[in-house]
Structures are given as structure tokens and as C-alpha cells.
Write a protein that binds this ligand. Structure first.
Ligand SMILES: [Fe+2]
Length: 211
């Protein structure tokens, strides 16, 4: 097992930070974050190079920039600045990388509600960054966790495309997500979906109480 990333809060502190963030900006993003954390922990527990506790905390905190209010891609920057300011660069990094399986600002999952200078700064960061298995893990888990539970990446990508449209980077982004999922399938020796409780029910709307 590789060493956990430096600069990550413990679980108790992460819970305090997230509870405060949810008080500031209540919304489904909090439930989504808990499912991202659970997926990350489950996948990491079967992965040779990842620590499950570290994965949980990184997944849990990846959207903490939403504490600043209802924003779009600005939340990646806000989260990075907030956690960096608290002295947690390892967790802060994930806030910036999780929306960019493709390293281009126009391939992000959303619209830019930042200044041109800020967007340029993000592109510079993306140009220089080397993604770790943790970066890739949280990118994947973000794409398979809804606020109500787990679903296949492909379903989530289509859902986002139908709601928000597509651009010149969409196909490249979809291919990147599918490759990340396939890489993790191989690394853990089984489909990642086989680790996610409720994925079938959440995807196909099966309600056992209805039978
Ligand atoms: Fe997310």
C-alpha cells in the first residue's frame, strides 16, 4: 500500500468541516459527497496501491468548495483555496482535479463562473499536474455517485449531457471516464460496480417494497 497523501485531515475533522459547509449551503451535494466517499473507500479497499480511509476522506471533501454557495466550476477553486488555507494540500488538490479527467478547462463538468485570470490559472495547473491514483479514483467516484446512491458512469454522463448539452470535448471526456473505470476494474480484478451496494436498484428504479 502506498503512503496516504500528505496534508489530509482526519475523519473527525473532515466531518466537522463538511457539517459546517452543509449549514452554509444546504443541498444534495452533501449526500452526493457521502456516496462518493463510500465508493472511493470500497474501491480502494480492493486496490493494491490505495488506502481506503484516505480515499474516503478525499471523496468526502472533494466538493467542499460548495460551502461558498450555489456555484458551478467555481466550486473546484473555492474548495482548493479553502482546504489549502487550512493546511490540507493533499485534500485541496482533489478539489481541483476531480472535475477534469481531461486536462482542459473546457472539458470540465460545468460552466466557468470565474474570472479569465482564474480560468487561466486552472489551465496552467492542469498543464503541469500528473494525476495520481487518488485523483483518478475521485474523478471516477464523482461520476458514479448520485445524491440517492450509485449508478453506472455511462448513465450519469448521459444524464448530464441531456440536461446541460455537449461541447467539442464531450466525447473525449466520456472516453476518459470509461477508460478510468476500465483501469480500476483491472486494478481490483472485478467490475467496480460489483462493489457498490444498491447500484442495480438505484439505476433501474427497482423497489422491492412494490412487489
Ligand atoms: Fe462531486
Amino acid at each position: 500500500m502506498t503512503n496516504p497523501l500528505p496534508g489530509i485531515p482526519g475523519l473527525a475533522e473532515a466531518v466537522c468541516l463538511m457539517n459546517e459547509a452543509e449549514r452554509r449551503n444546504p443541498g444534495p451535494w452533501h449526500a452526493h459527497s457521502i456516496f462518493v466517499a463510500r465508493a472511493a473507500e470500497l474501491i480502494a479497499s480492493h486496490h493494491p496501491n490505495l488506502d481506503p480511509s484516505t480515499a474516503y476522506i478525499l471523496g468526502y471533501l472533494h466538493d467542499i468548495g460548495r460551502r461558498e454557495g450555489v456555484t458551478d466550476l467555481r466550486h473546484t477553486l473555492d474548495g482548493y483555496r479553502y482546504l489549502s488555507g487550512l493546511g490540507f494540500p493533499g485534500a485541496a488538490r482533489i478539489c481541483r482535479t476531480h472535475s477534469f479527467p481531461v486536462k482542459h478547462v473546457l472539458a470540465g463538468s460545468g460552466q466557468w463562473d470565474c474570472s479569465p485570470e482564474e480560468v487561466n490559472g486552472v489551465q496552467k495547473f492542469l498543464d503541469g499536474v500528473e494525476y495520481t491514483d487518488y485523483d483518478r479514483l475521485i474523478q471516477l467516484c464523482d461520476a458514479l455517485a448520485l445524491p440517492t446512491g450509485f449508478c453506472p458512469v455511462e448513465k450519469r454522463l448521459l444524464d448530464v449531457a441531456l440536461r446541460r448539452g455537449v461541447n467539442a470535448y464531450s466525447v473525449e471526456k466520456w472516453q476518459a471516464f470509461i477508460k478510468i473505470r476500465e483501469d480500476f476494474d483491472r486494478a481490483i480484478g472485478r467490475p467496480v460496480y460489483s462493489l457498490l451496494p444498491g447500484v442495480v436498484e438505484n439505476t433501474f428504479g427497482f423497489d422491492p417494497a412494490g412487489f
